[in-house]
Design a protein around this ligand. Structure first.
Ligand SMILES: [Zn+2]
Length: 73
């Protein structure tokens, strides 16, 4: 089973946070939220992978996270 590079705990899965990009501005003095997925129709997310044990961010790259889960250390 792979281990967390930060705390060394054996991990069977990673915690994931999905962050959506956007902007906040004022429109007629009112807060105006714009989410890039709505505007550009693109996949404007960032993924952060954390250790379920120590909660450290250990990967920010999907391929590397999957590669680590497949590895044995
Ligand atoms: Zn850890």
């Amino acid at each position: 089973m792979p281990q967390c590079p930060s705390c060394g705990e054996k991990i069977s899965h990673l915690k994931v946070e999905k962050i959506e990009y956007g902007s906040l501005s004022l429109f007629n003095e009112e807060p105006y939220w714009e989410w890039y997925n709505d505007v550009y129709g693109a996949n404007n997310y960032k993924y952060v992978f954390k250790c379920p044990g120590c909660d450290e961010i250990i990967f920010e790259n999907i391929e590397k996270a999957i590669e680590h889960l497949k590895s044995s250390k």
